[in-house]
Design a protein. Structure first.
Length: 221
């Protein structure tokens, strides 16, 4: 979800104003995902590297996260949404961790859309923490376990489609392992302007692509 800062700047406002408007795009995209019966929607909200932003922006983003979780809880229930937050929790405040755990617990039985917010996440961090735990288990004699089960996305299918807004064309340390066969979609639209019509267009574009997973066109027919 990129471009909140530029969106705010274009309007002569503070960056946080763009993040707040971006939260509206999150709501709209969740709604469309529910309407379309999409199984999983993952949002890259805050990377490990984002901790290096100015302190007031970091605090603003964390507060916005806490506020959004509390505000959206009734929607999770109403729309049968299973809510998850994944990432390196070590830098999160105790209060935020509590709110996250509570929302995850309360929605864990929901069977509709799984909404995953990646918070304080980086793909390299994920692979490292997985490798460490994998090596420990390997040393203690556990065998035949798939490495993927150690990534924090264990049990969650790899993404079919990755959308990056605001004209940037890079992965910026998101799901490095998991995106091995993901389709990429880039758009100039800034995240606060990315609403249902834009999301629908991305999904339609994705639907018209042929995915071969290394095979030939004839093989997958
Ligand atoms: C949102 O957009 C991404 C977050 C880390 C919350 P940005 O804040 O990166 O917006 P730009 O790139 O400055 O426009
Ligand atoms: Mg950015």
């Amino acid at each position: 979800m990129d471009g909140n800062g530029r969106w705010a700047k274009q309007r002569g406002k503070e960056r946080l104003y763009g993040h707040i408007e971006g939260a509206e795009s999150v709501r709209a995209c969740c709604e469309l995902a529910v309407e379309m019966g999409i199984g999983y929607l993952s949002l890259y909200a805050f990377s490990t590297e984002n901790w290096n932003r100015p302190q007031d922006e970091v605090i603003g983003l964390m507060n916005l996260m806490a506020k959004s979780i509390l505000e959206e809880k009734p929607t999770f229930e109403k729309n049968n949404i299973r809510f998850m937050v994944l990432g390196d929790r070590s830098h999160l405040s105790d209060e935020l961790k509590r709110d996250i755990d509570k929302a995850m617990e309360e929605t864990s039985g929901n069977t509709g859309l799984t909404l995953i917010v990646f918070l304080s996440y980086s793909g390299k961090w994920d692979i490292e923490q997985a490798a460490r735990r994998y090596a420990e288990d390997y040393k203690s004699g556990k065998e035949g376990i798939s490495f993927e089960n150690y990534l924090c996305t264990a049990g969650i299918p790899d993404p079919d489609l990755l959308i990056r807004t605001s004209g940037e064309q890079r992965i910026s340390n998101f799901l490095l392992w998991q995106c091995a066969y993901t389709e990429f979609y880039f758009t100039e639209t800034l995240w606060p302007d990315f609403r249902k019509p834009q999301f629908r267009l991305a999904i339609e574009t994705f639907a018209s692509r042929e995915r071969r997973f290394g095979k030939t066109s004839e093989q997958i027919k």
